[in-house]
Design a protein around this ligand. Structure first.
Ligand code: ADP
Ligand code: ASP
Ligand code: MG
Length: 421
């Protein structure tokens, strides 16, 4: 039996018909190496943004069910066009959407998790010698509702398919040549990493490095699927390999720096300093599927028996969060709610920072030297994040990238030209 390779091509890679023909050539090249090939594609170019804008022109608060119906159409266009391009180049191919495959998800619109992937129909097509082109980003619930996996979710579709089918490799083709020490579009002297661990990549992805969807990394780790990020436009380059941390040598404390401008900070003032207050607040948010990232509870004011709770959420969840806070006001008895939407989360990530003291202090000292104020801090074993003013985000990333020795002239790694997008 032939081995399976899953290839995923993002929006920029299929932005127009010439690029789709180019992708077809990359697929045929992989098939000619003797592999069975499954291709996962995103919507063309900025289609998902354009569809979102259309919905907002109809209503500021479209229902999440109808948003999923709308956004899932984008990937439907790409799969059909790519299957046609493959057929036109003499390659047997068939397109399939999530319903036809059976990509079963939770019934949570706009950020569903994949529960199961049926593989029978895919295998029938592979046995028939066809390349199977599958729509990324979309799923279907047990009761036939269309769902989507969250922005950037086609990566997760590809890795989950690779896991379910026991593929030997999942290649994520994109518009840069791999995973860099930071976003190469923001810091030109970013360095391409030959390899990075699942754990570090997961932290970087959560910290805003949108080159990979966080759940794609989680899934690859779970199935131990070898994952590569590589360039659609330079097919001979192997890009970056993502693998287990135990297989790596750690020379530097910090592997990468990321910034995330997608969050905002909410401060709930003067809540009662009683057991259960935080539980009421965060239960209320969790029941509406609103994810909270950083949380700080201030030191209690003993005279008033109150304190403040600050937390960060995705900007898109603001309207729903406000409704929940309004509902909980009688229970929480807060005095005020402040929203700060001019923040950026800046993170440094590295498995090499374990047991190396002084990394956090160096980060804070670097930000202080630029007169950048830190509004919140959170840490994990291999990550330190600081919330700063959005206007200073790029200054912070550049300075941290340099001070932790990641600039490409220091690592002497050769980086190719970035294609225009
Ligand atoms: P696709 O449409 O192929 O899924 P994305 O736009 O989702 O592409 O992801 C690729 C982009 O991720 C790059 O163009 C780059 O600007 C951005 N990026 C952010 N952080 C990093 C990083 N550390 N390494 C590489 N790219 C990064
Ligand atoms: N088309 C979706 C998006 O733009 C999914 C993806 O590209 O991964 O977010
Ligand atoms: Mg992406």
């Amino acid at each position: 039996m032939k081995e399976i390779v899953v290839q995923k091509f993002g929006g920029t890679s299929v932005a127009d018909t010439d690029k789709i023909k180019n992708v077809a050539r990359a697929v045929i090249r992989e098939k000619n190496l003797g592999n069975d090939v499954i291709v996962v594609v995103s919507a063309m170019g900025h289609t998902t943004d354009i569809l979102t804008k259309l919905a907002k022109e109809i209503t500021p608060n479209p229902s999440s069910r109808e948003m999923d119906m709308l956004l899932s159409t984008g990937e439907g266009v790409s799969i059909a066009l790519l299957a046609m391009a493959l057929q036109a180049q003499g390659c047997k191919a068939v397109s399939m959407n999530a319903m036809q495959v059976g990509i079963i998800t939770e019934k949570i619109h706009s950020k569903a998790r994949i529960l199961e992937i049926k593989t029978e129909r895919i295998r029938e097509h592979l046995d028939n010698g066809e390349v199977v082109v599958i729509a990324g980003f979309q799923g279907i619930t047990e009761d036939f509702e269309i769902t989507t996996l969250g922005r950037g979710g086609s990566d997760t579709s590809a890795v989950a398919l690779a896991g379910a089918l026991g593929a030997k490799r999942c290649d994520i083709y994109t518009d840069v040549e791999g995973v860099y020490t930071t976003d190469p579009r923001i810091v030109p002297c970013a360095t391409r990493l030959e390899q990075i661990s699942y754990e570090e990549m997961l932290e970087l992805a959560h910290a805003g490095a949108n080159v990979l969807h966080p759940r794609a990394v989680e899934t690859a780790k779970q199935y131990q699927t070898p994952l590569r990020v590589r360039s659609t436009f330079k097919l001979d380059n192997l890009g970056t390999l993502i693998l287990g941390v135990e297989q790596m040598e750690l020379h530097k404390p910090v592997t990468g720096v990321a910034s995330d401008l997608s969050q905002l900070r909410i401060v709930v003032c003067d809540v009662k300093d009683n057991p259960g207050t935080a539980a009421v607040l965060f239960d209320g948010l969790a029941n509406e599927n609103i994810s909270v990232d950083m949380i700080i509870q201030s030191y209690a004011r003993k005279d008033l028996n109150t304190n403040d709770i600050a937390f960060t959420i995705d900007k898109n969840d603001l309207a729903r969060t406000k409704t929940i806070l309004e509902k909980l006001k009688p229970e929480l008895e807060y005095s005020n709610v402040f929203v700060d939407d001019t923040i950026a989360k800046i993170s440094i990530v590295g498995a090499g920072m374990i047991d190396r003291p002084g990394i956090a202090a160096k980060m804070f000292r670097t930000l202080a030297s630029l007169d950048i104020n830190i509004k919140m801090i959170s840490t994990s074993e291999i990550k330190i994040s600081c919330l700063v003013d959005q206007a200073r985000a790029n200054d912070a990333v550049e300075a941290l990238h340099k001070i932790f020795g990641l600039d490409c002239d220091e690592i002497a790694e050769v980086k190719g030209d970035l294609p225009d997008v």
